[in-house]
Design a protein around this ligand. Structure first.
Ligand SMILES: Cc1ncc(COP(=O)(O)O)c(C=O)c1O
Length: 448
């Protein structure tokens, strides 16, 4: 049987996560339910930090909170000594409300608003700004310089660079190629001009450069290519401007296991490959080792999530397919529709039986809402609980109210305890922002 984190089979023949029976969780908290495995999250956070420390480098592990932005997970990241990456006012507010130390917050984004920059520069209770703003473009650099000046601050920044790396992952989650809205391209001289411009800004303190080449990357060489290109750029800056930066951020992107056959690099392999390439290239150019940073999201929380659904209608089309419909779908997990993402599922009510009936797990939305085209489930029946694995990253984060569904609840499980960390929306929540203008209220109705 394929188990991740603390998942196991219990004496009832049910799936157990964090010492909690999945079928009981579904009964207690209703479905769809996202179950987050606290021990797995903490282990991943520690393992990532440990893997880089074992390579003997200074490292900031920065949790990319877009993967799962909520108070409790931000709190765990803070407790584990991580930094946090936010990419909007909402993610920044989440980090602040979780009492994340402001000096360990970094802000990404290709179109930050003035309001977001003001919030970042004034985020600390002592009036200091967040740890780093990752400046994406010249326009933002000007605005941030002005806003920091108005706040009487000198804001630490990094520059988002774009090395031309075509990472082998889905086209829609690649961000490091030249044809991208993100960052200053190294090719063509934009990055070089950005460094020169940033050095002239009296209210900005340039600490280094960073890149992010894509997500769910399963082949280590793509990371090494990006690191090599970044260091070639650092060598150019040292040679031409006589300047070495204290920090180098190599982004996120490490893939996870969605299916039993997936084999992403381990964190140890990832750290050894990345640091090995960095060292080799720094030595080649005679550069000193900067403090490294990485921005993992998916690899810290993805496998820790399991979504529990209750089986409803079952439609058998002889010699074609059986559709097992569940009580969620596109609104809690848009990734199959967006990225053709593939998932593993099992019948959590019957883990002790062979999972050998090939079925499609269908959501209950309009459109072709199929979560898994070919899943193997043990004797699916109405009322059974189906568990879809590896839904901790970019699922709740991307959830919507499509078809006016309520966003699901999220529980954090650990050692037999389950705590709600995000409440299920009510139908009233879903309708809460709708208004009928007065002139529609006064209208007489349909004209015949
Ligand atoms: C700038 C940046 N950093 C980090 C991440 C996290 O990537 P992942 O979840 O693949 O580790 C992303 C995701 O898109 C990103 O855009």
């Amino acid at each position: 049987m394929f188990f991740l984190g603390t998942q196991t089979q219990n004496s009832q023949g049910h799936l157990e996560i964090g010492g909690c029976d999945a079928v009981e969780l579904a009964q207690t908290f209703a479905t769809p339910l996202i179950v987050m495995d606290e021990a797995h999250i903490r282990n991943q956070m520690r393992a990532m930090t440990g893997a880089f420390e074992a390579q003997g480098v200074g490292i900031h592990v920065i949790y990319a909170s877009k993967a799962f932005p909520c108070l409790a997970i931000s709190k765990i990241a803070a407790q584990e000594g991580l930094w946090i990456d936010v990419a909007s006012a909402g993610e920044l507010l989440t980090a602040l409300r979780a009492d994340f130390p402001t000096e360990r917050i970094i802000f990404h984004g290709n179109n930050k608003s003035d309001d977001e920059l003001v919030m970042a520069v004034n985020a600390g209770t002592d009036g200091a700004g967040i740890g780093r703003v990752v400046v994406d473009n010249f326009d933002e650099m000007e605005r941030l310089n002005r806003i920091a000046g108005e706040a009487g601050a000198r804001q630490p920044i990094m520059l988002r660079l774009t090395p031309a790396v075509d990472a082998h992952t889905h086209r829609l989650i690649q961000t490091g190629r030249i044809d991208t809205k993100f960052g200053f391209n190294i090719e063509g001289g934009g990055a070089r001009r950005a460094v020169e411009a940033a050095l002239e800004k009296e209210n900005l303190e340039l600490l280094g450069v960073g890149c992010h080449i894509g997500s769910q990357i399963l082949d280590a060489p793509f990371f090494t290519l990006a690191a090599r290109l970044m260091i070639e750029f650092l060598a150019e800056i040292r040679d031409d401007l006589g300047l070495e930066f204290p920090e180098l951020d190599l982004g996120g992107g490490l893939g996870i296991r969605y299916l039993p056959e997936d084999s992403p690099p381990t964190m140890e392999e990832y750290a050894a490959t990345l640091v090995g390439t960095v060292r080799e290239n720094l030595e080649k150019f005679g550069l000193a080792m900067p403090n490294l940073a990485i921005e993992p999201g998916r690899s810290l929380v993805g496998e820790a999530g399991t979504t529990l659904y209750r089986v409803g209608n079952i439609k058998r089309i002889p010699n074609v397919r059986t559709y097992v419909s569940v009580d969620g779908g596109l609104s809690d997990n848009p990734r199959p529709a967006l990225y053709e993402a593939r998932y593993f599922a099992l019948n959590a009510s019957k883990v002790d039986q062979p999972q050998n009936e090939t079925v499609a797990v269908a959501g209950k939305h309009c459109e072709t809402d199929v979560l898994i085209e070919e899943a193997q489930l043990a004797d699916p029946q109405r009322g059974d609980i189906v568990a879809v694995y590896s839904t901790g990253a970019y699922n709740y984060a991307m959830a919507s109210n499509y078809n006016r569904f309520r966003r699901p609840a999220v529980v954090l499980v650990s050692e037999g305890e389950a705590d709600v960390i995000v409440e299920r929306e009510t139908l009233e929540d879903v309708l809460a922002r709708d208004l009928i203008p007065e002139r529609l209220r006064q209208s007489e109705g349909v004209v015949a």
